[in-house]
Write a protein that binds this ligand. Sequence first.
Ligand code: CDP
Ligand code: CDP
Length: 211
Amino acid sequence: MRIIAIDGPAGSGKSTIAKRLATRLGLEYLDTGAMYRGIAFATLRRGLDPSDQEDVARIVRDVHMQVGEGTITVDDVDATIEIRGPEVTRAVSLVAANPEVRTEMVRRQREWATERGGGVLEGRDIGTVVFPDAVLKVYLTARPEVRAERRSKEVSDLSYETVASDLARRDALDQGRETSPLAEADGALVVDTSDLTVDEVVEALVAKVPS
Ligand code: CDP
Ligand code: CDP
């Protein structure tokens, strides 16, 4: 299978770069963060507490999700806009720390790639856990203030300070959790995108993909 694994913190450029790279390589692209956001959305919609491990574990296998390129339905409801909203963004790292949620999401991600014979997957644990044998593993990063600046340009209704503190909180939860913490995979190509354009990053990665 031809798998490209892209991991890194929020605002490092994963989605933008993964989409562009997939187009260049003629592969499909999967935003695994949207899947964790989908579970957070389903949890809130059922009135459950996202940090209640048992309640969330009980529902995760029953949540029906369809993730397209830039769209998502959760239990047949279009959740494309809501999964990017502040409530889901606050809840997502809590449900993503739940081991049962991770086991089920990893199973679905492997199934997605197997059905297609490969793909570009981006998230937090693709190179470390989901596909440690990927043909190319990439860890994108950028300085915290650059990431917060990029993200606050995308969400016009929140102040820079709110966005920056949300990112710092999620970084800490994602790097500090026990199951599959955000980390550089062994053998990953580490790219700091702070002072690079999207094109420069894409070209650097294309050059590293084995033919
Ligand atoms: O787009 P953004 O970088 O803000 O985040 P995302 O990729 O949509 O991921 C949202 C959250 O899902 C992350 O902060 C992680 O808590 C979780 N996540 C994860 O645990 N594992 C993944 N493979 C992808 C996302
Ligand atoms: O998925 P992730 O949260 O890692 O990042 P993203 O949603 O792709 O957002 C990154 C933003 O920074 C986008 O608006 C990109 O155009 C911009 N950007 C980038 O991704 N890479 C660069 N080298 C420069 C800017």
